[in-house]
Design a protein around this ligand. Sequence first.
Ligand code: ADP
Ligand code: MG
Ligand code: MG
Length: 887
Amino acid sequence: MTQTVFTFGGNALHTNARQRDKTVTGGKGANLAEMASIGLPVPPGFTITTEECVSYLQHGADFSDGLKAAVAEALQHIEATVGKGFGDASDPLLVSVRSGARVSMPGMMDTVLNLGLNDETVEGLANASGDARFAWDSYRRFIQMYSDVVLGLDHGLFEEALEIAKEDKGYYADTEMEREDWQALVSQYKGIVDDELGRPFPQDVTEQLWGAIRAVFDSWDSDRAKVYRRLNDIPSDWGTAVNVQAMVFGNMGDTSATGVAFTRDPATGEKAYYGEYLINAQGEDVVAGIRTPQYLTKAAREAANAKQPSMEEAMPDAYAQLAHVFELLEKHYKDMQDIEFTVQQGTLWMLQTRSGKRTAKAALKMAVDMVGEGLIDEETAIARVDPMALDQLLHPTLDPDAPRDILTSGLPASPGAASGKIVLDADTAEQWAQRGEKVILVRVETSPEDIHGMHAAQGILTARGGMTSHAAVVARGMGRPCVSGASAVSIDRKAKTLRIGNRELKEGDTLTLDGANGQVMAGEVPTIEPELAGDFGTLMEWADKHRRMRVRTNAETPEDCRMARQFGAEGIGLCRTEHMFFDAGRISAVRQMILAEDEKGRRAALEKLLPEQRKDFREIFEVMAGLPCTIRLLDPPLHEFLPHADAEFEELANATGYGVDHLKRRADELHEFNPMLGHRGCRLGITYPEIYEMQARAIFEAACEVAKDSGEAPVPEIMIPLVATKRELELLKALVDKVAVQVFGETGCTLEYLVGTMIELPRAALMAGEIAEEGAFFSFGTNDLTQTTLGVSRDDSARFLNVYVDRGIFARDPFVSLDVDGVGQLVELAAERGRATRPDIKLGICGEHGGDPASIAFCEGVGLDYVSASPYRVPIARLAAAQAALN
Ligand code: ADP
Ligand code: MG
Ligand code: MG
């Protein structure tokens, strides 16, 4: 028989592994037992396992055989330890009933305190404690809580009755209520229960206990809990444990108190006790906001200029006990703890501990400090910091102390804070930015044509679109703060105004975005710069020491490359050349090339682009100073570059000499039904080799120039996109090699370079063995590989993917976190087959997944050589790669 109930406290000092296992006894239960076992003062109690909860729910809300007996026995343990009897009319034992899942989970049943009180035992409590006021106060609290959380009555009914009672007496605070007042209120409370339920408040203490246990189990399947689980990826089969624990009373006068505390400051990470407490109060009062809590330490009280004495000052003895416990807990858990305590008439009792939640900044500081203190080693420090949380630290953030005039909120699509003048289109954004203005680009949604405007802007705000909308993905890639899907925003492009709720703003007005929480604010809110040195630098150094995979960046502008290098990028994993084509000065030549009737026309236009591309690559090679640079040749379907507006067609007509009608007809001819599966990627290179020829030439000429000027020869890695067959790569590699020979001949300079391919089609993955005969490297383009393997269009998935995640079809959005089970197999297989042909083949991943810690862990497992992520994700990838290597 597996044990279903575990006791703790008193003489139940020895815990076994199952009791210390949070999956069995829940976080709260496991830690209560552990605290008791290291000798900390924990009121005795017992834990019913999560397994019992699962079984109860599976069996149609029926308790398993033997549970009643096990609980009765465990209850005796509490009675014997405390020396009181449950339901004993002369000196009753009271207990709390608390839920506790593996992870702390809002949505679960609220705690019931003072269970075991009834019309008789309340008198016993009054006599035994010598404090009738306290006894009746406890009883009314119990009825109120039990009625709310177990009987499902509206707590407002009880609060109202209390308010009226205080008003009648002319009281302001609960503490003014006398014994008779509480007693009268208890009668009223019982009346409310009777009226609402048609039956009296349960007087049988055993019935009370089982009612509460049942309510905890039932709450696992409450709507609140289900929503929370869905949002936080918590499986529904974990279940919750129930903790039943002897009450200790913080409401027994001025030598009693209750409080919450952290062993270090959870906001800054400072090694200073941090917390709040309330004198003469019970647990829930601190968080409920009924009274304003007081500071724990004298220093904190003074810093806040508060008058009410700190615990350190008001209860020095209890405070000393608490400080001692803090030290013991940190030594034991080797981490910052978040605790709940109660002082009953001068004696300290511990009611909860867990590793405390913390800001990214605090996480870093504590991890680094604790290594310094010898509490943990570097490996533990690396594991302790959530890579995604670093995001908070890498962008300028809004000064938390500055006032905010909040207009509305959208989705926190890309972190960071930005202020600037409102502009409503990409061209204006670019023009204003060129004259030195800071701008915020506000659009209904964005498209590839807006890239230059997004780049020029400090931040992007869209009225539509989700977390993976174009705006969100591109903004994250560029490191621009972005708030997307702010549906309260309506744009009038003609009038150049913006309406948000009842406020009207116009182009040129200043707006501030907080990409961390999605807030949109009027005016400028001051920001603070990120701190990349200090603790951040130290942790990154440790991470670099422990990781195997290299970390490169996805970048196509010198600024992004520079930024990425500051963040520690060791090369470029993906330079998308098409972004360079959208530049204002070039788009016209690009369009001429696309709309040309024949090769001659295309070559003429490409001639104009060549020097521009060469300049791009030159700048990038200079910044990257000899680090490897993977450059992808043109990939998107050509019509993405085509004009839409009449004015654009006219401009193009002027430039080319063709009539507008002719140009429109050509544009129509280029229309594709499924552009993502259409004339794109290497198919462009196969059909219009002159495009790739020009790009290859630009790359080699730039590389030769930089090699000559700086002496540091770049190693270009030329990447052919969307290859499905060996023959495609063979033809295009031959073309690149031919250009190389030409350029080397012309310049008298010879360089090392590689030609490789993206693996982004299932066929390419399957045929990787053959393709590796031609390609010196593979870069897994997991965005397209996901799209083509799942048959799900990235641009259209927003409409249904949320539902898919909600329904558990995908655990996470497969475009955000790699579908390891499915797409992962193709990656693994391609890596194996590629290596079998070419043992030294370079393997990497580009695409959004390269910055996602779970996907990075997968890449480590497959043994890829590097991951590539957008500049702001580089530190995240460095840390995640180290964690993966250490696992
Ligand atoms: P939550 O998970 O919401 O914090 P808890 O079960 O920890 O719920 O309890 C809520 C409050 O009740 C806390 O302040 C806790 O310290 C207090 N509390 C719980 N059990 C007892 C007890 N046996 N004696 C005194 N206070 C308690
Ligand atoms: Mg708690
Ligand atoms: Mg692709």
